[in-house]
Design a protein around this ligand. Sequence first.
Ligand code: SF4
Length: 396
Amino acid sequence: MELLAPAGDIKKLKYAVYYGANAVYAAGNNFGLRAKNTNFSEVHLKEAVDFCHKYDCKIYITVNIFAHNSDIEQLPKYLSFLQKIGVDALIISDPGVFSLAKEFAPNVDIHISTQANVTSWRAVDFWYKLGAKRIILARELGIKEIEEIKKKVPEIELEMFVHGAMCMSYSGRCLISAFLNNRSANRGLCTQPCRWEYNLIEKSRPGEFFKIEEDERGSYFFNSKDLNLIKRIPQILQAGIDSIKIEGRMKSLYYVAAVTRAYKAAIEANKNVISPNIQEELNKVSHRYYSEAFFDKFDSSETQYYGSSAYIREYQFVGEVLKVKGTSAFISIKAKFCIGEEIEFIFPDDKNDFKITVNSIFNEENEPIQLTKPNTIIRIELDRKIPDWGIVRKKI
Ligand code: SF4
């Protein structure tokens, strides 16, 4: 079973690959959802494809907008370019884009995006007969339905989401963000206003906020929990799913690395019960309350949390190891830590993970300092040599 990780930019893509992904998904500057700040220029796309193939990893590119006429004019050139640089598949939801891909990138596989909301075996069969190679199933499906689809249309590959943010709408088919912020979820620009806390103001009394409460749980009525199916990996393997997907192209490289590594370990457990240590790793990334969503039954009461939409943070991503020289680690700082604090280094192979209490820090001028500052580079002396691609975190 393939482990498919998000690649918001070239650096996150590399972390995904080093931490265990067999495939990554990314977007170019146009035509992919999650458009803002997380896309690859054409030069970066080529670099990304070459990097992935060097490490025997596949790369899929999202072209999953619902296209307007003006988009259609620009798509042929872009699709031909993607074929030329050797991407492994295109992720598409719009039938117009699908037909253009057949014409202008005929040698590239097509995966039907979760935006297309495929929820039944007839819909899967429909896309299979049109030539799709894979279906990315709607998150609203349970495992029994997925098993039935696999039996009825065994020829097509099935991909399912196992981890990450969910949406109270059917996968982004929602107008709240477009209405409130002029940023459409269907163009990849959702600002998640479903998770905000709303109050009521009477026009002639500005500044006086009245609570909106349907009941004692307040007004987070659209706030979805995050998906987490790590315990279910043995069942997912048993069902013959071809690929499992982690959501989160907008998330940090630490999130991508840690979540990818945890699911890789779960797959390697090979249908055995997933150990608590692996499950615990997912609590060490910033997340909302977890849910298994619709895996067992279609019951939305388990998928929402009405009390707050704040993230749960037990650990903080404090740095990325840029360079290792002997036992010196040069770290790009993302958040503060100081002398006397405990920090933890994690690596692609978790056998190399370790914790230290910080007893010295040096700035770029090689002067000793007490406290790190974000967006600086520091040096720490360790008692061992460490592998590349280390990440530093601390318990909050
Ligand atoms: S506002 Fe919320 S429900 Fe709507 S698309 Fe964005 S995440 Fe989904």
